[in-house]
Structure formats: structure tokens, C-alpha cells
Design a protein around this ligand. Structure first.
Ligand code: GAL
Length: 388
């Protein structure tokens, strides 16, 4: 097989080494910034149900790279500089579309639709009609069901070197949901090292919709074995507790005095083992936070790796944020990038969303989409680096 290696030369981030700044530290950082990250781009070329899959590369003026495949409209790699300008891939993933299809963890980096997170027993009623979705998480539906958007081949259009547009047409009845739904997701990598994800959708029948992106991050670099040392803050004074099958109870409770209080930054691992029923249900954090603000301009969460200095800020127009601390990762296979195994809590997800099970929870913000309306939402993940 002919391997078409695309040498991603990330050189040099931030052009930090000018002639008058050639002290020891800067010189050594110049060397590491010349590291190469190898990607076999042909491993993403496949035909599934007559549609071709591919990998696309977005770059910005700082050498940051975002790799996306149209299989599941998913983020494959996010390559950002660490505090020594070393290119660091902060997103977990696999090396080929075939491995993504094996579905050990089918959601890595994917766009989740039609409905992010769980719907109780896969049932809901809309305009007096009962709907039954595919069940794929015990007695519940998770992330759209087994026929969810994460396993679809999206139509892709590379708009320019910063922007990729992906579209998917989901037929009436697909995975049990009503309405023909047209979805477009636009990924933009901006020159301030932000990944902006803009979602739009329309339907021809009243339906429910809750789209998100399911990137698994490790800001120490993917393959590092723990995220417990990451410092996290979430601008949420409330969260939605769940039952033992991770369906919200319907209550909206204060985080004050609980392990769920991230209003001030703390290590993810600080309270994760606390004696708390909610943490037991989730095997760690796996909960929806009710965001104080969702104006798209105020950071709703900030995460920082002490090791690499890489920092991520999140902005969104969504009312909720699922903080999942990678509790279902087992590290039993070596399918990860470059043969890595991804162990228990070696990644975190911060999925902007409407609240889980909203179609069955009248007190939660609505997820109903009607013909004539346009679903519009936007989330930005901004990368910074703390050089100290
Ligand atoms: C998260 C969800 C977790 C788990 C994970 C995928 O969004 O909250 O419970 O299902 O996706 O493994």
C-alpha cells in the first residue's frame, strides 16, 4: 500500500526567536518547534454507502492545525503550541476511518445529532404523537442512537484554508426522529487560535434537535494518562442532578458546597473521589452544568494544563455544558493515535448543549424545532499558552 505521509511541519509557532532574543530558553524552544507530526492521510480515504470519506486540514498564521474528517464531521487532531512552542495534539482520536468505525468509542471528536446526551427510554411526545428512538445505552438513547450523526458521511466543502463546511441530510424517521432535517456545521480556525463551530439546521416537520461536538481533550497532549491535574473552572452556579441511568431528575440544584462547584478554578481530581451519590452514578463527573451566561462572548469554562501551559477557553450560545471526565475510557486497546491506549480519565469532554432529556422535561429550555425556524448555535474553543 502506498502511504502518502503528510508531514505536518509546525514551524515555528509564534516566530518567538528573533535575533535579539536568542537566550538559552528561546534557542531550545526553537529546536523543539521543528518536530514533525506524521499523519497518514490515505487512511481516511474510504467509501461508505457510496460516499467518500477524507481528511481536511485547516491552518492559521501561527501554524496551528485542525484536522477534520467528514466521517462524523469529526475533529481528528488539534495541534497547538505548548509553553516551549512544541506542537502538541490535544485531541484524542484514531489513525484511520476504519478504526473510528469499530466504535470502541464512536464519539471521539464527532458532531453529535440529532440529540446530544440521553433521552429517557428513547421516548418523547410531540404534537400529541409518541416517538420511540433507537435504544443504545441500556434502556435509554444516547447521542442520537446507533444511527446518529457521528457515523454518517457528511458533504464537505473546503471554503478556504481556515474554514470547512460540512452538511448532512437526515431523512424523516432516521433513528426514530421526525422530520427531514438539513444540518450544516462550519468549522473555522481563526488567527487568534480559536476553533469556532457554527451549527444551523432546518426541518420540514416539528422535531427536537440538540447538536454538539464531542472532542475528547487532554491538554497535556493526547495519550497522556490523566487529566486529573488539569485546572478547570465552569461559570455555572447550578447543575442538573441525574438518576442512576444518568437521566436528569428534573431538579436544578446549586453547586455550592458540592464537588460540582467549579466557579473558582480547581484541579479536576480535587473532589472527584468525594463520597457523593452523583459522582457514583457518573463514575466521576458526567453532568450537565447550567451556564450563568450564554452570550457567546463571556468564557463559560477555562481549562489549563500545568505541564504544557496550554489553556483552553470556551464560549457558547448554548444554555448547558456537559462535563464528562472520561470515566468510560478503559485503556484496554492500543487503537489510539500511534498505537496509544487511552486510559480511564485520560481525557475530558466539555460539550455545549441543551440539557439532556429536554423533550421529557418541561422546565428545561426547549429543544423543539419547527418548520420555518432555523436552528442556529455557535461554540468556540480558544487556545492560549501560559509561558510561566
Ligand atoms: C458523554 C456522556 C457520557 C458518555 C460519553 C461517551 O457525552 O455524558 O455518559 O456516554 O459521552 O462515552
Amino acid at each position: 500500500m502506498k502511504l502518502n505521509f503528510n508531514l505536518l511541519l509546525v514551524l515555528p509557532f509564534f516566530l518567538a526567536c528573533t535575533a535579539n532574543q536568542n537566550d538559552e530558553k528561546k534557542l531550545s524552544s526553537a529546536k523543539v518547534s521543528e518536530q514533525k507530526i506524521l499523519i497518514d492521510t490515505t487512511a481516511y480515504n474510504l467509501t461508505i454507502n457510496g460516499k467518500k470519506t477524507k481528511i481536511f486540514e485547516l491552518t492559521n498564521q501561527n501554524g496551528v492545525k485542525l484536522l477534520i474528517t467528514n466521517y462524523g464531521a469529526r475533529v481528528v487532531s488539534i495541534i497547538v503550541p505548548d509553553k516551549n512552542d512544541r506542537p502538541t495534539d490535544v485531541s484524542l482520536g484514531y489513525d484511520s476511518v476504519k478504526t473510528y468505525q469499530k466504535k470502541d468509542e464512536p464519539y471521539f471528536g464527532a458532531i453529535i445529532g440529532r440529540f446530544g446526551n440521553r433521552i429517557n427510554e428513547g421516548k418523547f411526545t410531540l404534537d400529541g404523537k409518541n416517538y420511540q428512538l433507537q435504544l443504545n445505552d441500556g434502556k435509554n438513547t444516547l447521542h442520537g442512537g446507533k444511527d446518529g450523526f457521528f457515523g454518517k458521511v457528511w458533504d464537505a466543502k473546503l471554503v478556504n484554508r481556515n474554514t470547512l463546511q460540512l452538511s448532512y441530510f437526515s431523512k424523516d424517521g432516521e433513528a426514530g426522529y421526525p422530520g427531514n432535517v438539513n444540518t450544516t456545521v462550519v468549522y473555522t480556525l481563526t488567527d487568534d487560535n480559536s476553533i469556532k463551530i457554527d451549527y444551523t439546521a432546518t426541518t420540514d416537520k416539528t422535531t427536537v434537535l440538540n447538536l454538539t461536538n464531542h472532542t475528547y481533550f487532554n491538554l497535556n497532549g493526547e495519550g497522556d494518562h490523566s487529566i486529573l491535574d488539569h485546572e478547570l473552572s465552569i461559570a455555572a452556579n447550578k447543575y442538573t442532578p441525574v438518576n442512576e441511568t444518568l437521566i436528569p431528575t428534573g431538579k436544578i440544584e446549586s453547586v455550592k458546597g458540592t464537588p460540582f462547584d467549579f466557579t473558582t478554578a480547581k484541579a479536576i481530581g480535587k473532589d472527584i473521589e468525594a463520597d457523593n451519590e452523583q459522582l457514583k452514578y457518573g463514575k466521576g463527573y458526567d453532568h450537565n452544568f447550567v451556564l450563568d451566561k450564554n452570550d457567546g462572548k463571556t468564557p463559560i469554562a477555562t481549562v489549563k494544563s500545568i505541564k504544557t501551559g496550554i489553556k483552553m477557553e470556551i464560549f457558547t450560545t448554548e444554555p448547558g455544558l456537559q462535563f464528562y471526565s472520561g470515566n468510560f475510557l478503559t485503556g484496554t486497546t492500543k487503537d489510539g493515535k500511534g498505537g496509544k491506549s487511552y486510559s480511564f480519565r485520560s481525557a475530558f469532554c466539555l460539550e455545549t448543549q441543551h440539557f439532556p432529556d429536554s423533550p421529557n422535561q418541561p422546565a428545561f429550555p426547549t429543544t423543539v424545532l419547527k418548520p420555518g425556524q432555523t436552528y442556529t448555535t455557535s461554540t468556540t474553543y480558544k487556545f492560549l499558552v501560559d509561558k510561566n
